[in-house]
Design a protein around this ligand. Structure first.
Ligand code: HEC
Length: 263
């Protein structure tokens, strides 16, 4: 069966941009999140994108300075929405999110805002397990997809802080399964992109690449488990969620210690 992303490949502008798609891989297929969880994350992230891009378009028109911390998470979240569209069998969502990503990359926020307004979540019949798009260079993809982890006050989705607040020793934040379910879909998809976009240090030798892929794969698997448990709603085992979030947080830190230079 033709994969929906393959259809996008035929589009001239995307070919001009050098869009390539990752060949069938264990990682994209191991993104086995519940469809309903994808839908919730898609709705939340479409809302985030629409708000952020309306704001950036307004600022650009007014000639205000645009902050990288506002732009990068928008690009990252657009990439997430493309992946959700694929998983949900929602080709228009995927297609429009790709247009949003291209317009952000071109720094045309009026256009990005126009495309963002067309985003709507309408699940169809998904094709075989998703393959992640590669519309940009690995380094840009990695930078973009990691940025929603940033704090809410600096333009991100506050994911890193939320994980730490829920897992700290003293006065941990209460675990709200509905919120954690969306968080886990995001961390799964972000790490799936990460898996396919190793940074320079990870590409230096096979041993490093293996480590990179293991951290990514572990993070995806843990996120799958967290989403599944949190998806049980009021019946979710919050102690189990907390323990999984603690392990996930350790993987983030291990990978950063080995591969991240910007800290
Ligand atoms: C496979 C390795 C790897 C894993 C796993 C990983 N990261 Fe990262 N992360 C990186 C690298 C490399 C960067 C630096 C990217 C860049 O800007 O070039 C980064 C950047 C970040 C940033 C800074 C983004 C910005 O815009 O400045 C945050 C925040 C972050 N990661 C949080 C997390 C969290 C939270 C997790 C786990 C849920 C996680 N990361 C998992 C490798 C990883």
């Amino acid at each position: 069966m033709t994969h929906p992303l393959r259809i996008l490949l035929g589009c001239a502008t995307l070919v001009a941009l050098g869009v390539g798609f990752v060949a069938s891989s264990a990682t994209a297929e191991s993104l086995n999140l519940p469809k309903d969880s994808y839908k919730k994350a898609a709705e939340a992230d479409v809302k985030f994108l629409q708000t952020r891009l309306a704001d950036l378009a307004k600022k650009q028109k007014a000639g205000d300075r645009l902050l990288d911390g506002q732009i990068k998470p928008a690009l990252g979240v657009a990439l997430l929405v493309i992946a959700y569209g694929d998983a949900l069998g929602d080709a228009p969502l995927q297609d429009n999110a790709m247009k949003v990503a291209e317009a952000i990359d071109a720094k045309d926020f009026t256009k990005a805002d126009e495309w963002a307004k067309k985003l709507a979540v309408q699940p169809g019949m998904p094709a075989a397990a998703g393959k992640l798009p590669k519309p940009f260079k690995d380094d840009l993809i990695l930078m973009a997809v990691m940025s929603p982890f940033r704090g809410g006050t600096v333009g991100g989705l506050n994911i890193e802080r939320d994980i730490r607040d829920m897992t700290k020793m003293t006065n941990p934040a209460k675990i709200d399964p509905a919120m954690v379910e969306i968080l886990a879909v995001r961390t799964a998809v972000i790490n799936a992109y990460g898996f396919h976009s190793p940074n320079e240090k990870a590409r230096i030798n096979p041993a490093n690449l293996k480590k990179w892929e293991k951290y990514s794969r572990d993070s995806i698997e843990l996120s799958n488990q967290i989403a599944t448990e949190a998806g049980k709603g009021a019946k979710a085992d919050t102690a189990k969620i907390k323990s999984l979030l603690t392990t996930l947080n350790a993987r983030c830190t291990e990978c950063h210690n080995d591969f991240r230079d910007d800290e």
